[in-house]
Write a protein of this length. Structure first.
Length: 364
């Protein structure tokens, strides 16, 4: 648990805000300010809650304060040949651990290893009453009942100030190889779904503009055997690492071109769908990740049309960049709305934290 002046100051600020019913905007590195709904409330700087509290490489567990730069944590893990396997997007050097958990975003390896919530073992938070609460622990067996610490992943700061988290980490795989295949999107989706049912060390995939790129990762013998089985054109390691890094942080060519299209009135959509869904027939450019489960779409199609297509593909659609007057997040079903409102009321009864960030969480 974090016990210091910085945490006490945060708790005091929250109590004062709750007493006055004054909204707060939780601020870390600011690299994800674009994500979700409107930024509202008086800024509460969380960067003073920084530092790695405990790290046990032999136990594959690290406990870190939320204001710690993500780059600092990843560097410390790399020194012990370990990593955050879900490859959280950084979007810049100021990205923090707290923002990583609150946004709940994962990178290219998501389909193979799971998301942020799968690696959160415990957390210390400040709730909307200014109370310091601890959930979970530092081992998986400590989790029982409703797992609040994992519910923080993707909560966008709605439930409380994340002060500290304990995370499961993994060793960096010794074998790594990236392959390229020339094919259209339909064939890429078919191959990806076939490969998903086979014992292959497939850790990431991306299709765009007629090229399917896949990454094999694991034991060196397994990677070599999979490479012989799949074929394809090997990409030099340095070039491959740069590709996956730029895709992770959305600095590659697809996203650069998307930025230009947004300036001309299009939207960049993030569609989370069934990996087995066929090509989504909407006008605009598409990039496919996560074995088919994540579809990026640059389009000027009406929002209702895009969201209907996502539902047909057993998923949902988020406006990532562009005009969000239609709502950034996909509308929630009534039952899920009630559950989320109840959880919000329990942790933040005065509605202090980040109003408007989850714009699909309607008021009661």
């Amino acid at each position: 648990m974090v016990e210091d002046i910085a945490l006490q100051q945060v708790a005091d600020a929250v109590r004062q805000a709750a007493g006055r019913r004054r909204p707060l905007r939780l601020v870390g590195g600011g690299t994800k300010d674009f994500y979700g709904g409107a930024l509202q409330g008086e800024p509460l700087d969380l960067k003073p809650l920084a530092g790695i509290s405990a790290y046990e490489p032999s136990e594959l567990v690290v406990t870190v304060r939320a204001g710690t730069p993500l780059a600092e944590l990843e560097a410390a893990l790399a020194e012990k040949s370990q990593c955050l396997p879900f490859e959280p997007p950084r979007f810049g050097p100021a990205s923090t651990v707290g923002g990583m958990v609150a946004a709940g975003l994962a990178g290219p390896a998501r389909a193979a290893v799971g998301g942020v919530r799968d690696y959160v073992l415990g957390a210390t938070i400040v709730n909307g009453r200014g109370e310091v609460l601890c959930f979970g622990g530092q081992v998986m067996k400590n989790v029982a009942g409703y797992d609040v610490s994992r519910a923080l992943a993707g909560s966008m700061g709605q439930l409380g100030v994340i002060a500290e988290v304990s995370l499961k980490v993994l060793p960096i795989a010794p074998g790594r190889l990236t392959l390229r295949f020339d094919m259209d999107q339909g064939n890429a989706l078919r191959h990806l779904n076939e490969w998903a049912g086979q014992p292959l060390p497939l850790s990431a995939s991306a299709w765009w503009d007629g090229a399917l790129i896949v990454r094999l990762q694991g034991a060196e013998a397994a990677v070599a055997a999979a490479s012989r089985r799949l074929g394809g054109e090997p990409i030099p390691p340095e070039l491959a690492d740069r590709f996956w890094d730029e895709l992770r942080d959305q600095r590659d060519e697809f996203f650069r071109l998307a930025g230009q299209a947004i300036g001309e009135g299009a939207r960049l959509w993030r569609l989370s769908v069934a990996s087995t869904a066929p090509r989504i027939e909407l006008a605009g450019d598409q990039l496919v990740e996560w074995g088919g489960g994540l579809r990026w779409l640059v389009s000027d199609a009406p929002p209702a049309t895009v969201r209907a297509a996502a539902v047909e593909a057993l998923g949902h659609a988020t406006v990532w960049h562009g005009d969000k007057s239609c709502g950034a997040f996909h509308p929630l079903p009534a039952v899920q709305q009630r559950l989320q409102r109840a959880l919000k009321a329990a942790f933040d009864p005065e509605g202090v934290f980040n109003p408007g960030r989850l714009d699909n969480l309607a008021a009661a």
